[in-house]
Design a protein around this ligand. Sequence first.
Ligand code: 5RP
Length: 235
Amino acid sequence: MADTDLSKLMKQEVGKAAADRVQSHSIVGLGTGSTTAYAIQFLGERLQRGELENIQGIPTSFQAEVLSKEYGIPLTTLDAVDHIDIALDGADEVDPNKNLIKGGGAAHTREKVVDSLANQFIVVVDSGKLVDKLGSTFLLPVEVIPMAITPVMKKLAQLGGKPELRMGVKKAGPVVTDQGNFVVDIKFEEIANPGKLEKEINNIPGVLENGLFVNVADVVLVGEIKGDQVNIREF
Ligand code: 5RP
């Protein structure tokens, strides 16, 4: 099987495993990205089959909102509920302590709000996302309000990173988030203390949120290839 097919299969199976963990009468945080898209699809299919009832979703992005509507998942907002039972979301990197880098889809600000509020946050990834140290394969995304982009990039460089403004694909100019802000991706030689760096970056005036998720994930479901089958591992 080609690598792209294997990656798709891992994402599908782990998305399905996460959707299977949702129970009736739940308020569900709905994450962003290609893996969570499968979780949203399978959740919608369980609802249509009558396996689940009375689900309310809280989307973390415009993408999640559109997909949820497509698959018939009723939506609500944080103003209308007093808790979130479970959140399903992807990640760009996962370390052995279940700390994450997120924001590959520029949705990490809303994702952090929703995922942190959930009583149980389940991360869904394929095995390629597992790393020993955060920052080893993926740049750290930071959402910045546009008027502060220049001073914020200087401060990020002073913290030891190499910041780059994320540019659009099939769109001239920078990526604009669902909140109307820019995203800076930073290369750090090493992220020795993710919790400390998360706070230091968020302390820079003009930064809205960064993609380090420290002590937020409860369960990580990993889709991995074993022989010619996908195995789901939990940690
Ligand atoms: C979006 C995210 C995504 O969850 C992350 O980028 C993983 O996406 P994918 O499942 O497509 O690899 O953080 O902001």
